[in-house]
Design a binder for this molecule. Structure first.
Ligand code: ADP
Length: 246
C-alpha cells in the first residue's frame, strides 16, 4: 500500500472522561492527548478500563462525563460511522461464509464503493499483510495468524484515520505473537494513521509503542516512552507491573 493512499492520522483527546456502569466507576477523570500518527499503548491489568476507553473512541459506548475529541471535534457531534476508525480485536472474527477478498471488501461495500475501487483497495490491503495470493481462500482454509492478518487488512482497507487494536494478538501462541509484533511494526511504518493499542502484555507494549499509558483501576498511573517506563517507573505500581514476566 502506498503512503499516498492513506490519510494521515487524527488526534484523539480525552478530556476528563469518566465512565461508570451502575455504581462502578470504570474510568475516572481520564485525560490524555494522543498525537496524529502516534502509536500509543494502553497497558494495564485486566479490569483497568482499557477496553472501555477504546469502545468510547469507536462509539460503542458514551462517556458518562467529560468529552473525547477526534481531530478537535467532540464525539457527541460525530456518529460512529463518521469517525473513520478501524478496529482489530482478539475475537473480532472473520465472516465464515465469505472468502478473504470479500471479508476485506466488506467495509468498502458498506460505504458503497465502486467495484473497481474495491478491487484496487482490497488488493493493496492484502499486499500490505502479505496475503495477495490468498484472496480466494475461505477463513477455514488459512491459519490463525493469517486470519488475524486478514482482520488487519479489513480494518485498514478504508484508510481509517485511527486504528484501534484491542489485544489483537491475544489468541495467538507465543511464537506467532512475536512474529505478528514485527508485522504490526511494519504496518505502522507503512500506514501512518494514529494507532491505539490495548494490551496487558508489558513486552508487547515496550516493543511496539511510541508512548505507553500505564493504567490501573480506571486511572492513568504513568505516561512515557518505553525506555522511560522501563527504566524509571514513576511509582510502585508501574515498577511491579512492568517488572512482572519480564
Ligand atoms: P480492561 O480492558 O482493562 O480489562 P474493561 O474496560 O474491559 O477493562 O473493564 C473495566 C471494568 O468495567 C471491569 O470491572 C468490567 O467488569 C467493567 N465493565 C466493562 N464493561 C461493562 C459493562 N458493559 N457493564 C458492566 N460492567 C462493565
Amino acid at each position: 500500500m502506498r503512503k499516498a493512499d492513506i490519510q494521515t492520522g487524527a488526534t484523539v483527546d480525552f478530556q476528563a472522561v469518566g465512565r461508570s456502569f451502575g455504581k462502578l466507576d470504570v474510568l475516572k477523570d481520564f485525560s490524555l492527548a494522543i498525537a496524529a500518527g502516534e502509536f500509543l499503548t494502553l497497558l494495564g491489568p485486566s479490569g483497568s478500563g482499557k477496553t472501555t476507553a477504546l469502545n468510547m473512541i469507536a462509539g460503542f459506548l458514551q462517556p458518562t462525563s467529560g468529552d473525547i475529541l477526534i481531530d478537535g471535534k467532540s464525539i457527541a457531534s460525530l456518529p460512529p460511522e463518521r469517525r473513520n476508525v478501524g478496529m482489530v480485536f482478539q475475537n473480532y472474527s472473520l465472516f465464515p461464509h465469505m472468502n478473504v477478498f470479500d471479508n476485506v471488501a466488506f467495509p468498502l461495500k458498506m460505504r458503497r464503493a465502486s467495484a473497481q475501487l474495491i478491487k484496487e483497495k482490497v488488493e493493496k490491503a492484502l499486499e500490505l499483510v502479505h496475503l495477495a495470493d490468498y484472496a480466494a481462500r475461505m477463513p477455514t482454509q488459512i491459519s490463525g495468524g493469517q486470519r488475524q492478518r486478514v482482520a488487519f487488512a479489513r480494518a485498514i482497507v478504508f484508510a481509517p484515520r485511527v486504528l484501534l487494536m484491542d489485544e489483537p494478538l491475544g489468541a495467538l501462541d507465543l511464537k506467532l505473537r512475536e512474529h505478528m509484533q514485527l508485522e504490526i511494526k511494519r504496518y505502522r511504518d507503512e500506514i501512518g494513521c494514529t494507532m491505539i493499542y490495548v494490551t496487558h502484555d508489558q513486552g508487547e507494549a515496550l516493543t511496539l509503542s511510541d508512548r505507553i499509558v500505564v493504567m490501573n483501576n480506571g486511572r492513568i498511573v504513568q505516561i512515557g516512552g518505553p525506555e522511560e517506563i522501563y527504566d524509571r517507573p514513576a511509582n510502585r505500581f508501574s515498577a511491579e507491573f512492568i517488572g512482572e514476566n519480564n
